[in-house]
Design a protein around this ligand. Structure first.
Ligand SMILES: NC(=O)c1ccc[n+]([C@@H]2O[C@H](COP(=O)([O-])OP(=O)(O)OC[C@H]3O[C@@H](n4cnc5c(N)ncnc54)[C@H](OP(=O)(O)O)[C@@H]3O)[C@@H](O)[C@H]2O)c1
Length: 241
């Protein structure tokens, strides 16, 4: 049975991802803050191990125990859309978490390849391939970089995967999933995956339902062909129009 660790499991997408993973018969270790609204009903699911802790405060030793035997680590972390969430600490919540997890993975099992699957955003370009956003988009993104720390966090987390994990962490493979404007739907629907955005994420955003993001991320855990297609890349996901 596959085993995964998920951070940001209590978020709008994270909760759906936990359900998708459990439905695929995957053992899930989910780290959620003590204050989070993650439903108590989830505590009694047999393949779910709920760890009540703040990922930023966890020691590397405690996190290493959670990571033991994991085939993948999935992140749906994101900053709360409140003043404190956007401008308070930790400003690099996602980046610091991915760095910490990568450090631990590298130290605990050098032979086994572990997948890191990061929920990212179409607002972030993949600078490994020639993505050429229009000037208007580049202008707005530059402003977001100055004004919104969460945007910088999303960029730096993906940069860490591209520039460090891809080059130096031999036991880790990664995918950064880029949804466009997030929406909430009850059921998985048809969706399309592209190597790069096909729409302008600022001025002509498409929509991506969170449950489709969760479905794609969980499929990346179990489907080795899908993994081989997207590993080391930043696939963009849109609901099928
Ligand atoms: N909004 C969009 O249209 C859009 C589009 C593309 C991509 N994205 C990206 O998608 C990601 C997830 O989106 P979402 O809507 O599912 O997010 P969400 O519902 O806000 O969930 C965020 C998760 O991060 C956790 N978290 C927030 N601050 C934390 C902190 N200081 N310490 C520990 N955990 C913390 C939350 O825990 P608690 O439950 O305890 O608060 C929750 O589990 C974000 O990175 C966002 O940038 C968003």
């Amino acid at each position: 049975m596959k085993k995964v660790l998920i951070v940001g499991a209590s978020g709008a997408t994270g909760k759906l991802l936990v359900q998708q993973l459990l439905q695929q018969d995957i053992k899930v270790v989910a780290i959620v803050r003590a204050t989070s609204t993650f439903s108590q009903a989830n505590d009694i699911q047999p393949n779910l191990d709920l760890i009540r802790a703040n990922i930023s405060d966890m020691s590397e030793d405690d996190l290493a125990i959670c990571l033991e035997g994991c085939d993948a680590v999935l992140s749906c972390l994101g900053h709360k859309l409140t003043f404190k969430g956007m401008f308070g600490k930790p400003r690099l919540l996602v980046t610091n978490t991915i760095e910490k997890i990568s450090r631990i993975l590298e130290s605990i099992d050098a032979d086994k390849k572990v997948k890191i699957i990061l929920m990212n955003t179409t607002g972030n370009s993949n600078r490994d391939i020639p993505e050429k956003p229009p000037l208007s988009q580049l202008f707005v993104i530059s402003l977001l970089r100055l004004l919104l720390p969460p945007h910088v966090d999303n960029e730096e987390a993906a940069d860490f995967l591209r520039l460090h994990v891809g080059q130096t962490h031999k036991c880790i493979e990664w995918v950064a999933v880029r949804p466009d404007g997030l929406t909430d739907e009850d059921n998985v629907s048809e969706y399309d995956i592209h190597p790069s955005p096909t729409r302008n994420p600022i001025f002509d955003a498409g929509s991506t339902s969170r449950i489709n993001v969760a479905n794609f991320m969980s499929n990346l855990v179990v489907n080795s062909d899908l993994w081989d297609t997207w590993k080391g890349k930043m696939p963009v996901i849109y609901n099928h129009a």
